[in-house]
Design a protein around this ligand. Structure first.
Ligand SMILES: Cc1ncc(COP(=O)(O)O)c(C=O)c1O
Length: 390
């Protein structure tokens, strides 16, 4: 009997979902290092320091005390209580413990948010350049990302520009501040404009505040704290950046009904929650005093200033980014095509960066330099830049 193979194919919803270019660059860097070459690694997005000892001990203690059983899928009550307190005091977001959910990193929160809001055929407005996975999260929901050039929006007016790019099928706006890859921090007035537009058009805002603690100039405004926004916003947070916990996969999301029920279903059927010892570490991490977080921020600011002055010195124009830990200079001096520019910089100066076009067409002509690395490494990179370009 002939074998019928037509059933062996992927579900169509994955057709438009890409794989990360960043992983390919990481592999190339590993291969160069294996050959014994010194590579200046500015392609990454991980804190320069290790997870603080006492946070690690909280997880170890939980393990030793047999906190190894199923926890409620949405998170331990003690964790959700601590999150509610943090959200009220730091983000001015007033919610109950039923309106927060622990997620496996910010990534699971974002995945669940897009899945909860978008139907096939819907559109979502995305300020661009944008963090690459967002395009895939939107297409993975069989929806279409509508890229809104952030620079144009800031110049011509946020509301006017959103109006221009919006369609009758638009259901959501992805709103990331501080931004990856540009380091941009939206002002309160800009947040208010996005909010006014969302209310006027009855849209949902998916807010990504992964870098909320890394604002050097200006203030961090959680859009869900603005009047009329809590009921239409799903806000996603992570422990990855603030507490150097990238590998722990710890995050949380905040939303009201009907969204919270949807988030709960997605978390339940994908991971059934965050691992129990990690939740204990999250509870402990939330006790970190604000002065400690400010001290980390100050360390990043030093790195930012060092890198940005080196970039400008060699003619790679770059305004100091107001937040996050990336610089996003114009590199047309090296090559107009950012993939070619990244390749040249890697081959000739052994500096690993990410091509701006990976973050949307609006990132073309730029490279992303991640400065969450040691100060000596930034100084070495600055020296390599000078040798190559000065
Ligand atoms: C803008 C942005 N959002 C969300 C995340 C999610 O991080 P994680 O899944 O580690 O919490 C990242 C990580 O790089 C990011 O840059």
């Amino acid at each position: 009997m002939a074998t019928k193979l037509s059933g062996i194919r992927l579900a169509r919803r994955l057709d438009e979902v890409g794989f990360s270019d960043i992983v390919q660059i990481r592999n190339k860097v590993m291969a160069m290092r294996a050959e014994g070459l010194q590579v200046h690694a500015l392609h990454g997005g991980e804190p320069y320091f290790e997870t603080p000892e006492d946070i690690k001990f909280a997880a170890v203690k939980a393990l030793v005390e047999n906190q190894t059983h199923y926890a409620p899928s949405s998170g331990l009550p003690e964790l959700r209580k601590a999150l509610v307190e943090k959200l009220a005091s730091k983000n001015r977001i007033q919610v109950t413990t039923d309106e927060v959910i622990a997620t496996v990193g910010g990534s699971q929160g974002l995945y669940a948010a897009f899945q909860s809001v978008l139907d096939p055929g819907d559109d979502a407005l995305v300020f661009s350049p944008y963090w690459t996975p967002i395009g895939d999260l939107v297409t993975g929901a069989q929806a279409r990302p509508l890229l809104v050039p952030t620079a144009t929006a800031r110049r011509n007016g946020i509301r006017k520009t959103l109006e221009q790019f919006s369609t009758p099928k638009t259901r959501a706006i992805y709103y990331n501040t501080p931004q990856n890859p540009s380091g941009l921090v939206f002002t309160r007035k800009e947040a208010e404009e996005v909010a006014a537009f969302a209310i006027e058009r009855d849209l949902v805002v998916i807010a990504d505040e992964a870098y909320e603690d890394l604002v050097y100039d200006g203030e961090h405004v959680s859009i869900a704290s603005l009047p009329g926004m809590l009921e239409r916003t799903i806000t996603c947070f992570t422990f990855s950046k603030t507490y150097a916990m990238t590998g722990w996969r710890a995050g949380y999301a905040v939303a009201q009904e009907p969204f919270m029920t949807a988030l709960r279903k997605i978390v339940l059927y994908s991971t059934n929650g965050v691992t129990t010892p990690v939740q204990h570490a999250m509870i402990y991490a939330l006790k970190t005093p604000e002065v400690q977080i400010a001290a980390y921020r100050e360390e990043y600011r030093k790195r930012r200033d060092l890198l940005v002055s080196a970039l400008n010195e060699v003619g790679l124009e770059c305004d100091p980014p107001a937040g996050a830990f990336y610089a996003f200079p114009n590199v047309e001096k090296i090559n107009k095509n950012s993939r070619t520019a990244a390749q040249i910089l890697l081959d000739k100066a052994h500096i690993a960066t990410i091509p701006g076009s990976v973050f949307g067409a609006q990132g073309e002509g730029h490279l992303r330099f991640g400065y969450a690395i040691g100060i000596p490494e930034i100084e070495d990179c600055a020296e390599a830049l000078r040798r190559f370009l000065a």
